[in-house]
Design a protein around this ligand. Structure first.
Ligand SMILES: CC(C)(COP(=O)(O)OP(=O)(O)OC[C@H]1O[C@@H](n2cnc3c(N)ncnc32)[C@H](O)[C@@H]1OP(=O)(O)O)[C@@H](O)C(=O)NCCC(=O)NCCS
Length: 308
C-alpha cells in the first residue's frame, strides 16, 4: 500500500505479546508518549490494545525498535484507527515505521482507515502515501475545570439540561444510531480507567451527547476521552453543555486549584472560537488523517487521539 518503501530484510514485524510491554513502553517514553503513568495501574492501555486491537512490534537483531497498533471502530462501515506508530529515535528513518504500518494494513481487514498524525513529516508522509489524507487539525485543549457560562447564554443556553452516568453499553448503542460507528469496546475501556464514567447529556428531555470522562493520568483534573453529539443537536450547545455537566466537572478526589479539564476538538468544530474566548488554551495539535473524509464529522465528535 505504501509506494516507494524499500523493505529492509533486517527488520521483522510480528504480533506483540505481554513480554514486549517493557520495550514498547521504553520506545513510547523515548518519544514523549509513555503508555504507563503513576496514576494508572500497570499496563492498562497496552492490555486493552492486546485484548481488543492489533498490536505489532518491529525487531532488528533481536531488539525491538518500534511498535504500532490499530483498533477497529465497528458498525455498518467498519474502519481501523491507527492508535500508535512509534520507532526508537535511534532507528528513525530506516524503514521500521513503514514496515509497521504495512503490517497493520495486512493484519486488519477493513477498507477504511483513520488516525491522529503527529507533525513528524515521516508520519504524515507514511499516512498520506498510504491513502490517509490529512483533513483537519485536532486541537488539544485545556480549560478550567468549571468552564464559565458563555456570554451568549441568554440567547441559547438550555433551560433544562440534565446529565448523569450511564452504562458504557448505553452510550455506544446511542452513538451507533447517531453516527453508524460502534465504539462499544472502547467505551468499556474508557469507563474502566481511573475515575472513568460513561455519561449522557439531555436538554429538554432529549439526549444531545454521550461520552466518556476520567481523571487525569499525569496531573490533577479530568480528561474527556470521547464525546458524540446527536445529529439533530446544536453542536455548540451540546458540547458546552457536556463540558459543564456534572460527570465531566466532578473533581479528582482532592480539590486542587491546578485541576484542569483536557479534551480535543477538530478545527472545524463550530465551538472552537467560543471555547477559546471562554479561556480554553491550545496545548498541542495533531492532524486527523483518513482514507474516507466523510466518515467522521468533526462537528459531532470529541475524538480520542488513540481510538477516534
Ligand atoms: C513517524 C515514525 C513512526 C516513522 O517511522 P520511521 O521508521 O522513522 O519512518 P520510515 O523510515 O519507515 O519512513 C519515513 C519516510 O518518510 C520520508 N520522509 C522523511 N522526511 C520527509 C519529508 N520531510 N517529506 C517527505 N517525506 C519524508 C522518508 O524518506 C521515508 O520514506 P522512504 O522509506 O520512501 O524513504 C518515526 O519517525 C517516529 O517514531 N517519529 C516520532 C514519533 C511520532 O511522531 N510518531 C507518529 C505518531 S502519529
Amino acid at each position: 500500500m505504501i509506494d516507494g518503501a524499500m523493505p529492509d530484510p533486517g527488520i521483522q514485524v510480528r504480533p506483540a505479546t505481554r513480554d514486549d510491554f517493557e520495550s514498547i513502553d521504553r520506545i513510547a517514553g523515548a518519544n514523549g508518549e509513555p503508555t504507563t503513568a503513576p496514576r494508572w495501574p500497570g499496563y492498562l492501555y497496552l492490555d486493552h490494545l492486546l485484548a481488543e486491537a492489533t498490536l505489532l512490534v518491529a525487531e532488528r537483531d533481536g531488539a525491538i525498535i518500534g511498535y504500532a497498533g490499530a483498533a477497529v471502530v465497528g458498525g455498518p462501515r467498519p474502519a481501523a484507527h491507527v492508535t500508535d506508530l512509534f520507532v526508537d529515535p535511534e532507528a528513525y528513518g530506516q524503514g521500521a515505521g513503514g514496515r509497521l504500518l504495512r503490517g497493520l494494513f495486512e493484519a486488519v481487514d477493513v477498507a477504511d482507515w483513520t488516525t491522529s498524525s503527529s507533525a513528524d513529516p515521516r508520519a504524515l508522509t507514511l499516512y498520506a502515501r498510504s491513502g490517509m489524507q490529512p483533513v483537519w487539525p485536532i486541537l488539544y485543549l485545556e480549560a478550567p475545570l468549571t468552564l464559565p457560562v458563555p456570554d451568549t447564554a441568554a440567547e441559547w443556553w438550555p433551560g433544562r439540561a440534565k446529565s448523569g452516568e450511564v452504562g458504557p453499553g448505553d452510550t455506544s448503542a446511542l452513538e451507533l444510531t447517531w453516527s453508524g460507528r460502534d465504539f462499544a469496546a472502547h467505551y468499556r475501556h474508557w469507563a474502566s480507567r481511573p475515575g472513568g464514567v460513561a455519561f449522557r447529556v439531555e436538554v429538554d428531555g432529549r439526549a444531545v451527547a454521550v461520552g466518556a470522562v476520567r481523571d487525569g493520568r499525569m496531573g490533577p483534573g479530568r480528561v474527556l476521552d470521547h464525546l458524540a453529539i446527536a445529529p439533530d443537536a446544536d453542536p455548540r450547545l451540546a458540547l458546552v453543555t457536556a463540558l459543564r455537566s456534572t460527570p465531566v466537572r466532578t473533581p479528582s478526589p482532592q480539590p486542587d486549584p491546578a485541576a484542569r479539564l483536557r479534551f480535543t476538538l477538530g478545527g472545524p468544530h463550530p465551538a472552537v472560537a467560543l471555547l477559546l474566548a471562554l479561556g480554553c488554551r491550545i496545548t498541542d495539535h495533531d492532524t486527523f488523517c483518513t482514507t474516507a473524509p466523510e466518515l467522521v464529522d468533526p462537528a459531532r465528535v470529541v475524538p480520542d487521539p488513540s481510538f477516534g
